[in-house]
Design a protein around this ligand. Structure first.
Ligand SMILES: [Zn+2]
Length: 336
């Protein structure tokens, strides 16, 4: 009986996801490619689930539903077409995975917990699903490598440095207490892992979006190390710090600015700020230092743009965040 159910794809276990083999992945793609639009909704196969998990790196499923589903990023619609499902069923699957829906299967949120516990497994599974798709004649037009890690074995979440400290622990503990009530008896450690991973993925999405918005260059000096693949030479910094922001502000790309590490640190510590007209201001102590020290001047003299470098078409920073920075972070008075 169990074998038959598994064949039909109705019953899944954690091992079906974690121990996915290339043969199984190809068989699952074959099953997906046979679907007809009016077929009764089949249970998600593990390759679909792995790709739905991958979507968390680029999409917050909680932002879209019902009438706003058409605004979901194109990749949600691409996967929906490929899987012969509605876009809403894709985001619902994601919310099963992160334990947001009461009827989620245990193996679904356990998979999410496993990905948090052993993050090196994810790029392997993602690549396995992609390779099997290509072998099943699903090209990159139908299934793009939307994380840009085809052939890459290690993949780090962006922006995690900002999450350090007791604020992170407090926020995770509070959210975990709420979440635990929704789930069927997960233990404390699993719930914490799940919530922690959701917060980390949110921060990754924020950082990727901010770096994209600023065309992967420092908004203060234009430094753009695009020719070094996988470099860590740019930071997506919160204008109003992560620890001081609420849930909405933490994920709002208007609360971010891309910067090289030196200008990021100077902005975070209030040596420089940006006024409402996006002019870059130096604190009095930084100005004095630049006069006395040629090396300081090299980084904070002419190298610093007079006005924040916001690419054409990008929104740039939000006014309330800048005002917060002037008031709480900047080590000087804004006179403009
Ligand atoms: Zn810079």
């Amino acid at each position: 009986m169990r074998g038959l159910d598994r064949y039909r794809g109705h019953v899944r276990e954690l091992g079906d996801y974690l121990d996915l083999t290339p043969d199984q992945a190809r068989a699952q793609w074959a099953q997906i490619l046979r679907r007809k639009p009016r077929d009764r909704q089949e249970a998600f196969t593990p390759v679909e689930a792995v790709l739905c998990y991958a979507l968390f790196f680029v999409v917050d499923p909680h932002r879209y539903g019902g009438a706003s589903m058409h605004r979901a990023p194109a990749i949600v619609h691409s996967l929906a077409n490929l899987f012969v499902r509605s876009p809403g069923s894709i985001t619902s699957k994601m919310m099963n995975l992160d334990g947001s829906r009461k009827n989620a299967g245990k193996h679904e949120w356990r998979f999410f917990v496993e990905m948090a516990t052993d993050p090196d497994r994810f790029p392997v599974l993602y690549n396995l699903a992609l390779v099997a798709a290509r072998e099943s004649s699903i090209d990159s037009a139908r299934l793009p490598d939307f994380l840009h890690i085809e052939g890459v074995r290690d993949f780090d979440l962006l922006g995690q440095d900002e999450l350090s400290g007791s604020t992170f622990e407090t926020i995770v503990a509070l959210k975990a207490a709420k979440k635990r009530a929704q789930l069927l008896a997960p233990n404390e450690a699993e719930t914490i892992r799940m919530v922690e991973q959701a917060v980390r993925l949110g921060q990754h999405r924020f950082a990727s979006q901010v770096l994209d918005d600023y065309s992967h260059s420092c908004a203060f000096c234009g430094f753009a190390p695009k020719s070094i693949p996988g470099n860590r030479l740019l930071v997506a910094s919160h204008i109003k710090p992560w620890a001081d922001s609420n849930d909405v502000e933490r994920l709002d790309p208007h609360n971010g600015v891309a910067a090289c590490p030196t200008h990021d640190a100077a902005f975070d510590s209030g040596l420089i700020t940006i006024n409402g007209g996006l002019r870059v201001h130096r604190s009095p102590s930084l100005k004095r230092s630049a006069v006395a020290d040629a090396k300081v001047d090299a980084y904070f003299g002419d190298a610093l743009a007079a006005r924040l470098l916001v690419p054409d078409g990008a929104d740039g920073p939000g006014r309330p965040y800048l005002e917060w920075h002037h008031e709480h972070v900047y080590q000087g008075e804004l006179v403009s």
